[in-house]
Design a protein around this ligand. Sequence first.
Ligand SMILES: [Zn+2]
Length: 312
Amino acid sequence: MAWIWMLPAAGAVLLWAISLGRILSSPAPSSLPPNPHLLPPLRDDRRSRNVLLVVAHPDDESMFFAPTIFFLKSKGHNIHILCMSQGNADGLGHTRKDELYYACDTFKIPRKQVKVLDHPKLQDGFHEKWDHGLLAGLTMEQVQLWDIDTILTFDSYGVSGHPNHQDVHHGICKYLQENGQGNIEAWELVSLLHEILGPPSLDFLVRLIRSRFIVERNRQCIAFLNFSMLSLVKGIDLASLNILRKYSGPVDIWLSSLISSSTSKRPMYTLINSSPSRSYQAMAAHKSQWVWYRRLFVMFSSYTYINILQKV
Ligand SMILES: [Zn+2]
């Protein structure tokens, strides 16, 4: 009966293969639900958006935002990157700045549209507290310089929970509050670890139950919903469930699709990266960071394959 213990492993491999097949079968970067209203032209005289991606460190763009960058590029939008630090925690700031430019070459983002700051009050580190007003002011400078109409950044958890990422989020929120949110459309990358932790999880489940997927009796989605509820009933730590999601690679496409299709107070989309190998290439441009465990991270991370964006 030893073979019976191999069934879960075989099932996981099969699920991984099916999920990867689902992602690779997309002819181009796409969104779920498919929606032409995701970043439509703002004015008749300008068909594409001027998007500003605001990150904390060189490599954030490749490690976390690659599906979004590929999606926006495929739609003809003009991407700019503002990186708030050189990532100098290990004294490699200049090297890492250059590596960001190399990564942007793989994304086909012109180097003149990339700004890497080295401000004494914005240094890389878990124990560095970044001033939100300063971040808002620096963002405003680049918004005006590049005529930005759309901002993209971290959510309040900051994807990995890094305090610098979280400060960038709060800096953008401060900028939006102080400079008229009406003129700028802002989107945040939803953190898989943060999304259904804590009290919002009940609200999340209620939204799932009311979602049109359930009405349509979609078997796969109900299976995932049952899994989530069983996890709650059996007392499995939700944090563990979410860590599983974060490192489930392409498998998370099913639950992310369900989340972005459920009724939500704010618009939410799942963006699918139809060429995950290009994420790998972009991250490989960060040679000083390209150690074995980051290679594994890029392979197993859901952020390589999908991004969930939510309107700020
Ligand atoms: Zn970072």
